[in-house]
Ligand binder design. Structure first.
Ligand code: ADP
Length: 465
């Protein structure tokens, strides 16, 4: 049987908590495939000679993982991926750092991963590389002799070309991206930006539909919005355990209205702006005092990058400020939880919250928005307040769409959500739930693989999105 070979930076454990959209989406979608998943196991060793790969099997999934060296971690993971590519792709050039040597680390790790994949590859394997950590992996595999179909999915935004030009090695990077047969994007806006870059800076020539001729090759660019496993998530949210958890929270908690935010602690998520908007809500609509709480769950991530340590400090300062200014002996306005929460508990928290506040400044997709929708009680659903800068906003139009930079606009939207009549909430929720189900994790994978696997699905059009 044809195998699907996935390569991503990290490989999450097959069950349990995965605080990150990529891991969540792939794990949810993989249930129907024979797959081999390559990636970093999260460990660090001192020298390259200590690197050995390990293989673990779980039903239809085989995971092959290896450590990075401390130098790889510094140069590749922190230096190039998270201090250069991540801020550039999220349009934060002010936070981008292009430290000397880091790009070599990025090249080195990509080549090592490619050699590891190559050593275990079968001729008919389909290869699907994930995300910005591994853009040059495909061209490395080609150089090492792989003739397999090669796909790549970008989970983060593709920025406007004029922003991407800030990366010193942008031409090398984008040429490498074009060595894949199929490149997938979260949104139409991302694909348009890719086309603009390829045609404006790489001599790409648009062909029919979503294909591009570039350096004598054809690249297909598809839009496949990442999704969640809606069935299992809604089962979790409806379970007796979830109901008991919601009941318990109602007993211990003071507020009548709960607003929930769930994010990795990242400067792209707009967390300080969100807290300031909540403070504006308390000022503009004082009836919410002692009646409304914002529960913000934000486990720290990438703490070795300076910008992440700063955002954590800012957030903690703001929580203290708002609670000190507005709180009372019998009411804590902001409950800030700085750790991972089991998915079942998360589902219960979403369901027990009247407002889901998802306000990133820029986000490839944002699966939390989809999880919030699916976790709701259909008879009495909560309202999603969603940033126009989340990829999810392209599909989830029945949410209350906001500009996260406009604190008053967000405060008014929260108030509208809190006071929205039940009929309107049901109507909006029904429309949102249909869209989230249509674009679930299984469809995400199926649509991409359909474009990648032309031999198995010759009759299917490439015009998938
Ligand atoms: P990103 O990939 O940028 O982190 P997404 O919203 O797309 O953002 O995906 C985040 C995923 O991580 C979701 O599945 C969410 O449920 C999960 N997650 C985020 N924070 C937590 C947390 N504190 N505990 C458990 N899971 C979390």
């Amino acid at each position: 049987m044809q195998r699907l070979v996935i390569v991503s930076n990290r490989v999450p454990p097959p069950s349990g908590v995965a605080a990150g959209g990529l891991g969540t989406c792939i794990l949810d979608a993989l249930q129907d495939h024979d797959a081999v998943w390559f990636g970093w196991n999260g460990d660090l060793v001192s020298t390259e000679s200590e690197i050995t790969s390990a293989c673990a099997r779980y039903d239809r999934l085989t995971q092959i993982t290896m450590p990075l060296t401390e130098r790889d971690y510094r140069e590749h993971y922190l230096g190039f991926c998270n201090a250069a590519l991540w801020p550039v792709h999220h349009c934060r050039l002010d936070l981008a750092r292009f430290a000397p040597g880091c790009i070599e680390g990025y090249r080195r790790v990509n080549l090592r991963f490619a050699k590891e994949v190559m050593s275990r590859l079968r001729p008919d394997d389909l290869i699907w590389v994930q995300d910005y950590h591994l853009i040059p992996l495909g061209s490395n595999l080609r150089a090492l002799g792989a003739r397999n179909r090669l796909g790549f999915f970008l989970h983060i935004p593709f920025p406007p070309p004029e922003v991407l030009l800030a990366v010193p090695e942008h031409l090398w990077l984008l040429n490498a991206l074009c060595s894949y047969d199929v490149v997938g994007f979260q949104t139409n806006a991302d694909r348009q930006n890719f086309f603009r870059f390829a045609c404006g800076h790489l001599d790409g020539e648009p062909m029919s539909g979503n294909t591009l001729r570039i350096a004598g090759r054809i690249v297909t660019a598809v839009i496949c919005p990442a999704g969640i496993d809606t069935h299992s998530f809604s089962e979790m949210a409806k379970s007796r355990r979830a109901a008991a958890e919601i009941e318990r929270l109602r007993r211990v908690g003071e507020p009548l209205i709960n607003i929930i935010g769930v994010d990795r602690l990242d400067y792209t998520k707009g967390l300080p702006e969100r807290l300031r908007s909540f403070r504006r809500l308390l000022e503009l609509y004082p009836q919410n005092r002692k009646a409304t709480t914002l529960m913000q769950i934000a486990p720290p991530s990438r703490e070795d990058v300076q910008a992440y340590a700063q955002i954590r400090q800012e957030l903690e300062g703001l929580c203290g400020e708002i609670n000190g200014q507005h709180g009372d002996v019998d009411w804590t306005p902001v409950r800030y939880i700085c750790r991972n929460v089991a998915r079942e508990a998360l589902a219960a928290l979403y369901r027990g919250s009247q407002v889901g506040l998802v306000t990133p400044l820029r986000d490839g997709m944002n699966l939390v928005a989809k999880e919030y929708v699916i976790a709701q009680d259909e008879e009495d659903p909560g309202v999603l307040v969603l940033s126009r800068f989340a990829g999810a906003a392209e599909d989830l139009r029945e949410a209350l769409i906001v500009n996260p930079y406009d604190l008053d606009e967000v405060a008014h939207a929260i108030q509208r959500a809190i006071t929205m009549p039940r009929e309107e909430r049901i109507e909006r929720h029904q429309a949102l739930a249909v869209r989230v189900r249509e674009r679930d994790a299984h469809n995400w994978m199926a649509e991409f693989l359909c474009a990648l696997d032309i031999d198995r699905a010759p009759a299917l059009s490439f015009e998938l999105a």
